[in-house]
Design a protein around this ligand. Structure first.
Ligand code: A2P
Length: 436
């Protein structure tokens, strides 16, 4: 009577430590708290992950999209995953037999092929497929507050051309401060030249910088991610270079003094120094390419980087007939701490509608970007009504709630159905959030 005991094979979700840039996006996105990290690696709890795929598309590198078929009883514990420098090889005897998590049947087969990551291009399709499976996937996409697909007209990005093991070397050709020297915010504009190495990037993409040296326990530093601040055709048009906007980190979120490893390395670079670069990353936070699309950009501090890239691209394209509107809300502590203040104000008023919000101007009330948005409610609502409007939010984590609330109240007062509009913006690749 006793039949053979079924051996349960799990398709275990893993994160590739060689590609992961430790941006925390997956941990924030996971609706069931299956993802955690230590100072070394981001890892997935096998007993908690239900394979909902909510984390797949937001990952800028594709490191998240890795799977190994293992005996359920022998699934890799997170304690092992924390120590990995690379993923374990797939046991051939189990390959192809795994089912995902506990709700494998509801979800269907995962995207992973069990043999490596599929990169961000693969990830994008999960975004589009946010509705392609019952239950968990839909739940996951509802929990993601912004788009996980790019604008329909965005150019096709290249991702992961260079890795931690095989980075590309760039030469520093410029490094200067873009905040007032009298302020504490030491923000630098750094220009890297790739010489003869191809390094195609689009506005909104990011790159990884690998700081030299090792951590206290002797491991190489992992890469840090920075948004590109220049347009696709180069910081200087026609050159194979790009710009970054980097704030020197001197304290942690609690205000304790710490020297940010990578930001201090970058801010101290001299012309001619060589930097190891990974990437590019990102396949959703991209700008639309159709000329009559409008950009509503909301940022704080170094979150200005992708907005600068998109604005400059539009400025260059304007000469070639781009007609869409640009509206910018930009927050900083004071005028002197707002990066690129001078150049920003030099942009023609009929090209970009710029609204600044300062929170610590002596003698003035605290003002955030969301306050400035409410003051311009009629114009923001006009953009919200337009089906060619694309919204970008980049900067402090805390602003995300405030900005979404402002959009909700502006939409409501204008008679727009915000829940329906929000959903449409997300699924049409028209609401992009990047906060940290
Ligand atoms: P605050 O004066 O309250 O820190 P930072 O210089 O730290 O990068 O911050 C950039 C700007 O973002 C500052 O003006 C800061 O104001 C502001 N800010 C802080 N929290 C929020 C929030 N929840 N929403 C919008 N802006 C914020």
């Amino acid at each position: 009577m006793n039949g053979p005991v079924p051996v349960e094979v799990l398709r275990q979700h893993l994160i590739d430590p060689e590609i992961c840039i430790r941006c925390n996006t997956c941990e924030e996105t996971c609706p069931v708290d299956a993802i955690t990290h230590d100072e070394n690696n981001y890892v997935v709890r096998a007993d908690a992950c239900n394979g909902c795929m909510a984390c797949i598309s937001p990952c800028p590198t594709g490191a998240i999209d890795n799977w190994r078929d293992v005996l359920r009883a022998e699934a890799y514990p997170i304690e092992d995953q924390f120590t990995w420098d690379e993923l374990p090889v797939q046991d051939d005897a189990l390959a192809g037999q795994g089912v995902i998590g506990e709700s494998a049947e509801a979800v269907g087969k995962g995207s992973g092929n069990g043999s490596g990551n599929s990169g961000s291009h693969g990830s994008s399709s999960h975004g589009a497929a946010g509705t392609d499976a019952a239950g968990p996937v839909i739940g996951g996409s509802d929990l993601v507050r912004g788009s996980i697909v790019p604008p329909w007209s965005a150019a096709k990005p290249y991702v992961n051309l260079y890795t931690h093991k095989a980075p590309v070397q760039a030469i520093v050709v410029g490094n200067y401060r873009v905040t007032d020297a009298s302020t504490q915010s030491d923000i630098h504009h750094i220009v890297l030249d790739f010489g003869k190495h191809p390094f195609p990037v689009l506005e909104g993409q990011s790159i990884g910088i690998i700081p030299p040296g090792t951590t206290a326990d002797g491991r190489p530093h992992h890469a840090r991610q920075y948004s590109v601040a220049s347009p696709r055709d180069g910081e200087r048009p026609g050159y194979n270079n790009l710009a970054l906007t980097v704030k020197r980190v001197t304290s942690d979120h609690q205000g304790h003094a710490v020297g940010g490893v990578c930001s201090n390395y970058l801010c101290d670079l001299k012309k001619g120094d060589v930097v190891n670069v990974m990437g590019p990353f990102g396949s959703t936070f991209l700008m639309p390419n159709h000329a009559d699309s409008h950009l509503l950009m909301i940022c704080t501090g170094t979150g200005a980087a992708p907005m600068r890239a998109m604005t400059e691209y539009r400025r260059r394209r304007r000469l070639k007939g781009a007609t869409g509107k640009l509206m910018l809300f930009f927050g900083a502590r004071t005028q002197g701490e707002l990066p690129y203040f001078g150049p920003l104000l030099n942009l023609p008023k009929d090209f970009i509608d710029t609204n600044l919000a300062f929170s610590r101007t002596p003698g003035q009330p605290k003002r955030y970007v969301q306050d400035a948005m409410r003051e311009r409610a009629a114009d923001v609502a006009a953009l919200l009504r337009h089906e060619h409007t694309y919204i970008y939010v980049c900067g402090l984590k805390g602003m995300e709630d405030g900005v979404l609330q402002a959009l909700q109240s502006i939409a409501g007062e204008a008679g727009l159905d915000w829940p329906a509009l929000w959903q449409r913006l997300k699924t049409e690749g028209r609401l992009h959030l990047e906060t940290y």
